[in-house]
Every structure is written in C-alpha cells, then in structure tokens.
Write a protein that binds this ligand. Structure first.
Ligand code: FAD
Length: 388
C-alpha cells in the first residue's frame, strides 16, 4: 500500500530542514528526502558560519524577513539549548566608489534597526587591526552577527524528527511528477507520494528544470581561514564584516577558537555544472591569492598563514533575489531556491513561510519580490545589488 504524506520536502538542507521543522510541529505529516546526510559538506551550508544582518540592501522585504528570521533563530536556540547565533556585530565597509549606504541607513531607520555610520578613522580607532584607505565608509550593525550554520540545521533536524517528521538520507530524488492533487516523488529505490511538495534543492535546483526552467546558474565558491598576528581579531573583539572594493565584494568572520579569520568573496566564482565534483581549494592559484589581497587591504595583520581553505557551491538568479513561490502551473508544488549566496540567515523564516503557505494558504509576509513571474513578465530583470 502506498504511503501518502501531506508534504514531501525535496532537499533537507538549510531551507528544507527549517520547513520540515515548521511543518512537523504543526502536525503536518512530513517526509524530508536528502541526497546526503544533512548537515553535510557538499552543498551551500557548510564551513561553520554565516553572517546574519538586518539592515539589508534590496528594500523592506529583506529587512522584515531578516528581523523575523532573527526572532526564529533565538527561539530555536531556546528550544534546542544550543548556541546558534553570536551577536558579534557586523561592520559593512565599502569603497564609496563601489557602494554607498544611504539607502540602507534609511531602510534601517524605518524598521528600528540599530546602525552606526563610521568613517575610516573611527573604524581604525575602534578596531586597531583595520588599515583602510581614508575614503572608506562603513555602516556598523551592533546587533548583527553570525550563525553556526551546521549547528542550526542539526538543531532543526533533531526537533523536526522529535515532532514526527520522517527523514530519508543519502537518497537522490530523480523526478517530481505533479498529478491530480497528488505529487509523485521518485528516487531510484522507490516512489513517494504527497499532497504537496517543496523543492529546496539548493545548488541542484537546476536538476528540476523539466518541472520548471528558471534562469539559475550555479558557481563554485571558496573561503579561506587566515592566521592573525594577535588576538585582536578573535570573536568577542572583532566583528563580522562585508567589504566592498573595486575588485569585488568580500565578507568575513572573526577568528573563532583560534580557527583564523575567515574570508570569502560574494561575486564571481567558477561555473559549476550538475554532476561535476568542484575542484578542491587551491586548484586555482587565485583561490588563496584573491582572498589574501582583500584581507591584506582590510587588515594586513589578519592575513597571515592560510590555515584552511574550503569549497562550497551555490546557485544564483540574475537579480540575486530569491525564488519563493508556488509553481505557476502546479499549485501543490512550492519552489524555494535561487538563494544567491545570501540565503542562510533567512532559512528560519523561509521554513516558516513555506509552512504558512501549505497550512494556511498564505505566506504571511509580502514576498512578491521572489515570484517566478519576474522572469517571464517581459520586464528587464533588475541588476543585483546584494552584498554578501
Ligand atoms: C561560501 C558560502 C558563504 C555564504 N555566506 C553566507 C552568509 O554569510 N550569510 C547568508 O545568509 N548566506 C550565506 N551563504 C548562502 C547560504 O549558505 C545559502 O543561501 C543557503 O545555505 C542555501 O540553502 P539551501 O537550502 O537552498 O541549500 P542547501 O543548504 O545546500 O540544501 C540543499 C539540499 O538539497 C539536497 N538535494 C539537492 N538535490 C537533491 C536531490 N535530487 N534529491 C535529494 N536531495 C537533494 C542537498 O543534498 C542539500 O542538502 C553562503 C554560501 C556559501 C557557499
């Protein structure tokens, strides 16, 4: 006899696991299927940390979601008893020729998000390790910080299973067939059935192009951990950061437990194709060189030996806004993808929105920015403005 679920989540990573938790705790019969055993090191969520900021570029949709996401992270901390969110502060720094923060100050003020404007001298005074050109400006968010990403997913996994969700790991979904009120989800071994399906396959979203073909591309990304000269770059003393330069947009984290200052680059990245193994860190000489030059410009004393390098992948939409929508032809298929390298902080609220849409028929927040219709409306797609 075939088993029928209320919801099958295809891809139980950052977004999928959060949705599984939200659904299961509402008593929705949920099956999560993942190609690996999440959290894992093959997709977009590994490498310990992800920035969470609230004074976001891209307008009020993001600010509202970031604030709600933050609330849900603190609730998850309370429920799981795990430390997940560290309010290290996040210093957003930019060469004014590349980016200016006026609009974000305005959005922050409109939403009661605490932010400070700092010039280069003020930054150097507060964090003496910084060596920035005088023209650089910053927007400092004292209540922002970072999330321990794998711990967040592990916490959601534990609580989702406790609430009754089922999880099938190391199982690749090979096809999704929406039928009359029931969706069939095929794996090599067996086919599962549900009233609703959430597609949250991250960098593999394009594998479901036969279900919906959207303009998404996936890229290989690298991050490096560098040994700082002294303890002034330790967590507790140094903030998380984003750093806009004429060469590119970078982001980073203080040294946590002696792991080194972590830095990555938001723009660029070698294209990654489905089924390929991304080249290991160091395969391209610029893997290290590019990160080192950015960290040296920001804080030369932080750019010591490379302690570790990591490779990750993510998928991007042309405007770097997310895809969070009901399938245009199949009302029982929900799409959650295209998180464009800045989605983790929102995964708690994305899980809630998906559960709202399935359980109540409404998202509960205005997320029209993320509709699939923007790719087919005939209007030019706006340029990406997101910074990490
Ligand atoms: C280096 C790096 C730095 C980043 N920094 C930040 C940051 O500072 N702040 C921030 O907010 N965001 C950041 N991001 C982005 C953020 O991590 C991602 O947007 C987020 O993790 C995406 O979540 P996801 O659920 O879409 O993908 P994932 O967490 O990768 O989950 C997708 C899941 O789908 C599964 N899957 C795929 N195909 C199938 C299939 N056919 N069958 C079964 N399962 C399948 C995969 O195994 C995976 O577990 C960063 C990303 C990277 C790579």
């Amino acid at each position: 006899m075939r088993r029928l679920y209320d919801v099958i989540v295809v891809g139980a990573g950052s977004m999928g696991m959060a949705a599984g938790y939200q659904l299961a705790r509402r008593g929705v019969k949920t099956l999560l299927i993942d190609a690996f055993d999440p959290p894992h090191g093959n997709g977009s969520h590994h490498g310990e940390t992800r920035l969470i900021r609230h004074a976001y570029s891209g307008g009020p949709t993001y600010v509202n979601l970031a604030l709600r996401a933050d609330r849900l992270w603190t609730e998850l901390e309370e429920e799981s008893g795990e430390e997940l969110l560290v309010r290290s502060g996040v210093l957003n720094i930019s060469d004014p020729a590349v980016y200016r923060y006026e609009e974000r100050f305005q959005d922050a003020a409109n939403h009661g998000v605490a932010v400070e404007s700092l010039n280069a001298a003020e930054m150097r005074k507060r964090w003496p390790g910084l060596r920035l050109p005088d023209s650089y400006q910053a927007m400092y968010e004292p209540n922002a910080g970072f999330l321990y990403s794998e711990r967040c997913i592990a916490a959601y996994r534990k609580l989702a299973l406790r609430a009754g969700a089922e999880l099938v790991t190391n199982r690749v979904v090979t096809g999704i067939e929406p039928g009359d009120g029931i969706v069939a989800v095929a794996t090599k071994e067996e086919t599962f059935f549900a009233s609703h399906v959430i597609v949250s396959a991250g960098a593999w979203f394009g594998a479901f192009a036969s279900l919906i073909d959207l303009p998404i591309r996936a890229v290989r990304k690298v991050v490096g951990w560098f040994e700082p000269e002294d303890r002034s770059f330790d967590a507790g003393a140094f903030p998380g950061f984003t750093f806009g330069t004429t060469r590119g947009g970078y982001y980073g984290f203080p040294s946590i437990g002696g792991a080194g200052v972590k830095i990555g680059r938001h723009d660029g990245g070698v294209p990654w194709k489905l089924g390929e193994d991304p080249a290991p860190f160091g395969h391209y000489p610029e893997d290290e060189a590019d990160l080192r030059q950015a960290l040296s410009l920001l804080a030369p004393a932080a750019a010591g030996n490379l302690l570790r390098g990591g490779v990750c992948k993510y998928e991007l939409t042309p405007d770097e806004d997310f895809i969070l929508d009901v399938h245009p032809e199949h009302p029982n298929v929900l799409l959650a993808g295209g998180f464009s390298g800045h989605g983790f902080k929102f995964s708690s609220v994305v899980g809630e929105l998906l559960a709202n849409r399935i359980e109540q028929g409404e998202w509960g927040q205005d997320i029209r920015l993320f509709s699939t219709g923007r790719f087919t409306a005939g209007d030019p797609i706006k340029e990406a403005t997101i910074q990490g």
